[in-house]
Design a protein around this ligand. Structure first.
Ligand code: FES
Length: 360
């Protein structure tokens, strides 16, 4: 039986330097795992490595499209980033990486009969999942178009610059790309500076008609995403036409504020039932750890996680009984929350009869 805690060891088939501080990595998927590693455009993989004796996990978006018939992710070097510096500096072709199959909701259904207008606000490595979405949308839907607003510091740091230019030629007239640079001056003032709220407002006034756009994507740093989202909502774009993908750099347990600490203390010692990989465990909530996920892992059980920041949803479980409080949620859809799903890295039990299932 396979479970969502199962990492698979995949061989690094190719490493391509995309910019001075980013590589893309192609992973070999053996025939026996093809089905498990099928992905939708916009999804990410969770990677795991043992670095200096520590189990380090990170999520990286897939930059290839399902039609490309390859599984490729991009990893940008972050200051102090343990996994990203390992991937940029030490990883070699032929190495094995532990990988979980694709996950994430930052995707849409594309079909040949559809004629839609898509647009994306992106900054830095936020282009990674959007590249996959662009390729898929324009390949699958011959009548659709895509407009990309792409922010970076300088042109030498623009990830996938050449690939995007090639896509523009390939899908002549259907892909529009606008670059915004913060550290280089362009002649047109609109293209200078970051994608903040003012800039997003200007874009929605001068470059695109938000009401004539069917679906917006936004991926990048929190500030840019909020600016894009707020600008779109202010123009009357309904929430369900805006898809956001938050990037995580965390990987460590969240720090609780005072009120949350008090609630965690109140929950200390509560016993919970935890269903994982077909087994039912009894776990005591540990106030010092502050969340269900870390309490489960403290018993030695391999409950799944990646970001520990409420974003990736790798730690998702379903509340089978009892009451649970979830502090933060960027990773679950409204439907999932309504169906009883929680992010265990953000949750604590608030009744005595809690049972959660990682298997549901
Ligand atoms: S581990 Fe990412 S949301 Fe919990």
């Amino acid at each position: 039986m396979t479970s969502k805690t199962d990492f698979h060891s995949l061989r690094v088939a190719d490493i391509r330097r995309e910019t001075a501080d980013a590589v893309s990595i192609r992973l070999d998927v053996p025939e026996s795992l093809r089905e498990r590693f099928r992905f939708e455009p916009g999804q990410y993989l969770t990677l795991r490595a043992e670095l200096d004796g520590e189990d380090v996990r990170r999520n990286y978006s897939v930059c290839s499209a399902p039609l490309d018939d390859e599984l490729r992710i991009a990893v940008k070097l972050l200051p102090g980033g343990r996994f990203s510096s390992f991937a940029n500096d030490r990883l070699q072709v032929g190495d094995q990486l532990d990988v979980l199959p694709a996950a994430g909701h930052f995707t849409a259904i594309f079909s040949p009969g559809q004629e839609r207008r898509y647009a994306a606000f992106v900054a830095g490595s936020g282009i990674t999942p959007v590249l996959s979405l662009i390729k898929t949308a324009l390949s699958v839907e011959p009548g659709s178009s895509f407009t990309l607003f792409y922010g970076n510091r300088m042109s030498s740091q623009v990830l996938f610059l050449e690939e995007l230019a090639a896509l523009k030629n390939r899908f002549m007239g259907r892909l529009a790309i606008f670059h915004f640079l913060t550290m280089e001056e362009e002649e047109v003032a609109l293209f200078n500076g970051r994608l903040d709220r003012e800039k997003c407002d200007e874009i929605l006034t001068t470059l695109i008609d938000p009401c004539a756009t069917d679906l917006f994507f936004a991926c990048g740093p929190e500030g840019m995403m909020t600016a894009a989202e707020q600008a779109l909502l202010a123009r009357g774009v309904p929430e369900d036409r805006i898809l956001l993908e938050r990037f995580t750099s965390a990987g460590s347990s969240p720090v609780l504020d005072e009120a949350a600490q008090a609630r965690a203390l109140a929950a200390a010692g509560r016993r919970m039932g935890v269903i994982l990989d077909g087994r039912k465990l009894t776990v005591t909530f540990d106030a010092d750890r502050g969340n269900i996920l870390d309490s489960v892992r403290a018993t030695g059980a391999a409950a799944p996680f990646a970001c520990k920041g409420g974003i990736c949803a790798t730690c998702r479980a379903k509340v089978v009984s009892g009451a649970v409080e979830m502090r933060l949620n960027y990773g679950l859809t409204r439907e999932e929350v309504a169906a009883g799903y929680i992010l265990t890295c953000q949750s604590m039990p608030i009744s005595d009869d809690v049972v959660v299932s990682y298997d549901s």
